[in-house]
Write a protein that binds this ligand. Sequence first.
Ligand code: NAD
Length: 416
Amino acid sequence: MAEHGSIFGAMLQEFDVAARILNLDPGIWRILTHPKRQIVVSCPVQMDNGEIEVFTGYRVQYNVTLGPAKGGIRYHPDVSLDEVTALAAWMTWKCAIAHIPFGGGKGGVVCDPTRMSRRELEALTRRYVAEIIDAIGPEKDVPAPDVNTDAQVMAWVMDTYSMHVGHTSTAVVTGKPVEMGGSLGRREATGRGVMIVTREAARHLGLAFEGATVAIQGFGNVGSVSADLLARAGTRVVAITDWKGGVYNAKGLDITAMLDYARQHKTIDGFPGGDSISNEDLFAMDVDVLIPAALENQVTADNAGSIRAKILIEAANGPTTPDAHKILHERGVLVVPDILANSGGVTVSYFEWVQDRYGYFWEEREVNERLERKMCEAFDDVVQTSMKYKVDLRTAAYIVAISRVGTVTKMRGMYA
Ligand code: NAD
C-alpha cells in the first residue's frame, strides 16, 4: 500500500474515485491497484576519473493486460520507486485511453546526467539495459525517452539489446533516431496531440478556435511544438514562459522568430517581440486557453482561483494538484487531463513500434493523419463518458481506462 504523501498514493486517489463510480468488481480493483512487477538493479560504472560508482535503477511493469509494457526511462537525482510506479500506472491508463495495445511501464536511474560525460552516460545506459535485459523486448516491455533521456540514449538501448539477442531489434525501444527505425513525426507528436485536443475542447465548448487566445508555460519539446502548431492553426498565442522568464504580446507572438531565438539563447527570456512576464502573470491571464507544458504541480490551490482561462490543457504530466482541480471544476474551467492531453507521444510511439515490426515505414503525412484520428476518437470517448456519468474529464478518462483494462482482465481470467 502507498504511504501518505506518495505520488503513487495520489494516483490511487484518482483511481478510487472512478472505480467507485463504476462499482468496480473488488477483485479487479485489487489487481489494478498493484504493480505487476517492480525491478530494482544496481549498475556499477567506471567513471572518467577511474573510480567506480554504483547507480540504482528501476523498471516497473505496472500492467501488461493489453500488451507489452510501454513507458519512458528517466535519469534524475530524485527518481524513486514510488515515482516510477506511479508513472507506470499512468502509462497504463494513458495507453488504454489512446486505445493502443500496450500496458504501462516506466524506468528510472538515480543519477545527475548534467554532471556526467557522454561516455559515462553511455556506460550507465548499457549497464542498466544489461541488468533489465530479460524483462524487456518488443513483446514484453518497450522503453522510450523521458526526462533527461533522448534519441541517442534510445540508440544505445537498442544497440545493447540487439548485441545481447544476436540480431538487430529496432522494435525494443521507441523515440529512436529516424535513421535507425524511428518514426517521422514522433518528435512533434505530443505537441501535435495538444493542438488537436485544444481544437476539440474549443469545439466542445462552442468557442471559436480560430482567433482563440492561448498562454503556454514551457517552451521545450512539448511547449514549443504546441505553440507553433496552434499558431499555424489560427489561434493567437499571446504569452509563453520558460525556466528563466516569459513574453507577452496581445497581438500574438511570432512563434517562428521565437523558435530561432530559443535555439540561439537556450531561453525565450529577452525575446524582443513582446513585454516581459512571470509565471504568475501567465496563469492569471485573461485568455481562452491555458496550457501548462513544463513541470508537475504548477497549478495549485494558491493560484487556481486566479485562473481566468476557459480551457486548461494539461500538456505536462501532473501539472494540476487535486485541490486545484477541485477549484477549477467548481469555477467551470474545462480541464483536459494529462492522460488524454499528452497521449500524442505514446500514440506515435505505438506507430513507431508497428512500423519497426512491419519493416515498412510511413510518410509523415500518414503518421499525422492517423494521430489526428486517434486523438479525436480518444477525446470523444472521454467526453461521451463524462456526459454519461456526469463527471469531469479526469474522472471520465479514468473510467474509460479502468473499463478497458478491467474488461480484458476479466476475459483473460486468472492463471494460477
Ligand atoms: P523539456 O525539458 O523539453 O521542456 C521543459 C520546458 O519547461 C522548458 O522550456 C523549460 O524552460 C520549462 N520550464 C522549466 N521550469 C520552468 C518554470 N519554473 N517555469 C516555466 N517554465 C519552466 O520537456 P518536455 O519534453 O517539453 O516535457 C514537458 C512536460 O510534458 C513534462 O511534464 C513531460 O513529462 C510532459 N510530457 C512530455 C512528452 C514528450 O513527448 N516530450 C510526452 C508526454 C508528456
